[in-house]
Ligand binder design. Structure first.
Ligand SMILES: [Zn+2]
Length: 203
């Protein structure tokens, strides 16, 4: 099957986030995957095994949200497509493997959430006040990503309180209406997790 190529603007948005994430060490050893909605029924998604710091048009495939996933795509592609199907307002999804998200998701896997409390950064992920408690959902990692996507969507639904979740021992997913929103949410959540991890270490 010949897949259409992603529009240049979409390629550049994903490539720009890839350079940003790679510079911060958030996508080590080709880890992570990124996507951008192209229209109501399609999204451009990074292919498997590519260097996330040097993404070009050939590294993306435009996929139908409700069709079988072609060969050469990341095993995590179903997690992206399921989010777009559930919430029509989502325009971009970025997934990174950071130290804080990997460690904290293991520590709090049983609780099912990482709770952060009172951080000014809460505003960056859409909360109106720093007073709020934020509960970042944690899901057990599962190599059957179709099954995992179903479990995630059943819990999050179309109105997730926090624009991201953690996979235990694995990393962080975050999204937004635009690529800029998704990047701000990745940065905000990662900052919260890094602060929270540091506090727990010092306690
Ligand atoms: Zn991953």
């Amino acid at each position: 099957m010949v897949l259409p190529t992603a529009p240049p603007g979409v390629v550049e948005e994903i490539a720009a986030f890839g350079r940003f994430a790679a510079a911060r060490g958030w996508v080590p050893a080709t880890a992570g995957n990124f996507s951008r909605r192209v229209d109501a029924g399609h999204a451009a998604v990074t292919r498997s095994g590519i260097d996330k710091g040097a993404i070009g048009a050939a590294d993306l495939a435009v996929l139908a949200l409700d069709a079988p996933i072609p060969a050469g795509m990341s095993a995590e592609t179903p997690l992206h497509l399921a989010r777009y199907r559930t919430d029509a307002a989502i325009g971009a999804i970025f997934h990174v493997h950071t130290v804080a998200s990997t460690v904290l998701s293991r520590l709090d896997e049983r609780a099912g959430v990482v709770r952060t409390d009172g951080f000014e950064m809460h505003k960056a992920i859409g909360l109106r006040t720093h007073e709020s408690v934020v509960e970042i959902p944690v899901f057990a990692n599962d190599q059957d990503t179709v099954r995992l996507a179903a479990a995630i969507e059943a819990r999050l639904g179309a109105a997730a309180a926090v624009p991201g979740y953690l996979l235990a021992g694995h990393g962080l997913y975050a999204w937004g209406a635009t690529a800029a929103d998704a990047r701000r949410h990745v940065e905000g959540l990662e900052f919260l997790l890094a602060c929270h991890l540091e506090e727990r270490r010092l306690r």
